[in-house]
Design a protein around this ligand. Sequence first.
Ligand code: FES
Length: 371
Amino acid sequence: MAEEAKNSGVNDAVVAAQSHSADGAAVGTAVLSSDAVQNPGLPPHRERVTDLDPKKAKRAERTVYTLFYISIVGSLGAVLAYMFFPIETGELLAVRLHTMFVGIAMALALLAVGIGAVHWGKALMADHESIDERHPVPSNQETREDAAEVFTLADKESGFSRRSLVRNSLIGALIAFPLPGITLMRSLAPQDRDPVQLLKHTMWDKGIRLARDPSGVAIKASDVTIGSAFHVIPETLTHEEFSKLSLEERGGSENFLDAKAKAIVLLMRLDQSQLKELPDRKDWSYDGIVAYSKVCTHVGCPVALYEQHTHHLLCPCHQSQFDVSEHAKVVFGPAKRPLPQLPITVDKDGYLIAQSDFHEPVGPSFWERLK
Ligand code: FES
């Protein structure tokens, strides 16, 4: 074998295996490379300026705790920005200012704590090469004691206990950092009002015309052909009209976008013979025209896709499907409740109007668990 290797011009030494199978054939070979890459070892250690000059070490320390303090300022700034640039008014400018200032402050907090930590590690913590031996798992008592020793050593070398300004400012930065996140949760739900009542009342009321979204042009029953679908808002949902309405008429929503988010509706016309209406909803449609809330009952995405042939409405978020021909019952997906139906009819001029508000809360069904 060694002769073969020599003849083939390959430098590796090929060694025949010692074991043989039942028929006497060798079951394997071992290859010993004669030109394996040698371990180059570590380059010579170079001292950093902070190792050589105590003044520079002090300056690096100042930089680190200054960055941690900047992080605290950023976190608190995000909380203040949240308070001083509210988005409750629903104005686009208010939303822009809110997201810009909260975002800038949070970015500052995150960047400063990150840069500070890196600078601490690079400039101040012990800078020597070490080999970390692998140990069997699980660790035994001796290993755990070793680990404790490593922690003690790391504490000693990083100066975590000794450099109290750096340590305390880092702890402060880490405590302050979650505050903006906690503050932002304030926007998830109204503090002083029952969410079930808020979702139950929308801008729809008896006699309000159904209008196209976003133009606000009222829809006549004769405009709706079989198979067509319209995105609909109340006719009173225009910026001009909205400012004149009372809180009650706005369906309890203080701002335009909230009111619109609750009141949006999908309008479809089917062949009357294809509609399977519930006995108590026989007069909720008009000549095959039905209106359902566009807010998905799963987690509230807009149910925007209508498939004319199957009469299915599809929510693009998690693929829930609702059958419009059967009171929008769920036929697929994670939604657990049909889309709420808006009872409609026509006025004397032929325009489609609401008979009343929805009879149940629109949107996600979490409130059902509160019953
Ligand atoms: S929000 Fe519609 S399926 Fe999840």
